[in-house]
Design a protein around this ligand. Structure first.
Ligand SMILES: Nc1ncnc2c1ncn2[C@@H]1O[C@H](COP(=O)(O)OP(=O)(O)O)[C@@H](O)[C@H]1O
Ligand SMILES: [Mg+2]
Length: 308
């Protein structure tokens, strides 16, 4: 399987982006044996705080080893990109998730983004993100980028430079509108490049709610959404996973029953879809390099020459 970078994104907040990043990252490492890097690109640092104690996060933030420091040093200070310095190992409370790594975030990210806009450093930001994703792609099987809601210049850079995007969505009106805004944004400047849609994950679903079922059907009816087969139901177990447990726990203890089945199915489908996309691209490349059947212009020239 080709090593891939995936931006997890919806313009709407509270749809489960950070929760999905956490659950998929831990499942890919603990169950599917992949090395995974999570890049926290949200100034709220939600996924960072789900992956370590507040004390440890505070220490990393005080030591200036977060995504903000990485970007500020490279984009604003024009220093060489030294991304391994910012990668934190052993950042999960799951015993078997030893292959999970994190570049944490910090509230200061908002200030950095203001600075980038003020100094018109959008081009430098995009080339740093390109270089960063090239670097981490060569070191990890899967890179998951937890984006904040909205479409900031930083989020745009991830979306234009990552291989894929995944959009978690609630089965409700506003979240569906959030998807629509995102789709329009993607269509605006196709020449600038954009991540391929890996699919929509329907989250926070109430299987007994008639309205949720209607939105679920509506989302699935649009083929371009590429909805993942398994929805994630609203559950207390999933609310609990966001609280880091310093004592450690097993994957099964953290993702019990139906929650574990859903997350395992989604993580497995992510890997299958990446492989399917690789195969499609390889087939397209082969088709493009195979000469069309029929006489080539050179043959025609030879025929004309020999007839005269
Ligand atoms: N399937 C779910 N069941 C119950 N609570 C959930 C579920 N998914 C997410 N949540 C909760 O919803 C809130 C928002 O989730 P979060 O992942 O922070 O969303 P986002 O990153 O899109 O803003 C969090 O409190 C989280 O615990
Ligand atoms: Mg979030």
């Amino acid at each position: 399987m080709k090593r891939s970078t995936i931006a997890v994104m919806n313009t709407k907040g509270g749809v489960g982006k950070s929760t999905l990043v956490l659950a998929v990252a831990e499942t890919l490492t603990a169950i599917y044996n992949k090395s995974v890097l999570v890049i926290d690109s949200d100034s709220q640092a939600s996924v960072s705080s789900m992956l370590m104690t507040s004390m440890r996060l505070h220490k990393l933030q005080s030591e200036a080893t977060t995504i903000v420091d990485l970007l500020a040093n490279t984009v604003l200070q024009q220093q060489p990109l030294d991304w391994p310095k910012y990668v934190v190992a052993g950042s999960s409370d799951i015993d078997d998730a030893t292959g999970l790594y994190l570049i944490p975030s910090d509230m200061q990210l908002t200030l950095f983004e203001r600075e980038v806009s003020k100094e018109s450093q959008h081009g430098a930001l995009r080339s740093t993100i390109h270089e960063l994703l090239d670097g981490v792609r060569s070191a990890f099987d899967i890179v998951l980028i937890d984006c904040p809601p909205g479409l900031s210049v930083l989020t745009e850079s991830w979306l234009r430079e990552a291989d894929f995007h995944i959009s978690p969505t609630k089965p409700d009106y506003i979240s569906v509108c959030g998807l629509e805004v995102f789709r329009r944004f993607k269509a605006l400047n196709p020449e600038m490049g954009f991540a391929e849609n890996l699919g929509v994950v329907i989250n926070l679903m109430d299987p007994n709610g008639a309205q949720d079922r209607d939105y679920d059907a509506w989302l699935r009816a649009r083929a371009e959404n590429r909805c993942f087969a398994q929805p994630i139901h609203r559950s207390v177990a999933l609310q609990h996973i966001t609280q880091f447990s310093p004592e450690g726990r097993s994957w099964l203890g953290k993702y019990p029953g139906a929650v574990g089945i859903a997350i395992k199915s989604i993580a497995g489908e992510i890997l299958q879809r990446i492989e399917a996309s690789d195969r499609e691209k390889a087939a397209e490349a082969t088709a493009a390099s195979t000469p069309a059947i029929g006489p080539s212009p050179a043959d025609e020239t030879t025929k004309v020459a020999s007839a005269s």
